[in-house]
Ligand binder design. Structure first.
Ligand code: MN
Length: 213
């Protein structure tokens, strides 16, 4: 996504009713966190860089406590279109399970994101609906035989950080930012979506489909 600086430089927003592009647009690129009830529940953090979503599977999910470093397994890049995906991946398919849009917004690296990503140390800010402020992603030294890179996701100490005894953001805000649904509701809606899509079929075929579920 292009930065709106040039757009803004050409306009006087005291005189034109055009949108300025608010603070969210100023802050870098898209990020999402998808809560994913696969064989194990995890949270997929995706940061837009060079036209793709760089992705990490955060096994325990993000913590607002700076001392709680969360393992973030680096996984394959996802397309930007994935940022709006919420629904159920069929059983037996890769990553089978329910996916919820847990958070979304903009992210911005504090220094050159390409260097940081290559070096394995990204310092960045999040401006999401749930997560805010400064964060680090730090790559651990690769162990022999390790297939995927292990990184750590760590909250920096700032106004958005919490103390160890404070409420856990994951428990406090468990629902979808897109639809307000919890995982069970998304899963149930997916079942009914499959059922609805069969409405046009012959009644006997429908009966078969129902019998299988
Ligand atoms: Mn996942």
């Amino acid at each position: 996504m292009a930065k709106p600086a040039q757009y803004r430089a050409k306009r006087d927003f005291h005189k034109t009713p055009e949108p300025q592009g608010g603070s969210a647009a100023e802050l870098g690129s898209a990020f999402v966190i998808q809560k994913h009830a696969a064989s194990r529940l995890h949270y997929d953090l995706r940061l837009e860089l060079d036209g793709v979503m760089k992705s990490w599977a955060v096994t325990k999910g993000p913590s607002l406590v700076p001392g709680e470093k969360r393992l973030a397994v680096h996984v394959e890049d996802h397309p930007i279109e994935y940022n709006t995906f919420e629904g159920t991946i069929p059983k037996g398919q890769y990553g089978g399970g329910t996916v919820m849009l847990w958070d979304r917004g903009r992210w911005e690296a504090e220094d050159d994101p390409h260097k940081g990503y290559a070096k394995g140390h990204l310092n960045f800010r999040l401006d999401g609906e749930k997560l805010h402020g400064a964060w680090h992603l730090v790559r651990l030294k690769k162990r022999p035989g390790e297939r995927q890179e292990a990184w750590l996701l760590i909250k920096s100490a700032d106004d958005f950080a919490r103390d160890a005894g404070d409420p856990d953001i994951l428990a406090e805000m468990p629902r979808s930012v897109a639809t307000g649904r919890d995982l069970d509701e998304i899963a149930k809606d997916a079942d009914s979506a499959v059922w609805n899509s069969n409405k046009g079929l012959a009644a006997d075929h429908r009966a078969d489909t129902k019998a299988e579920s």
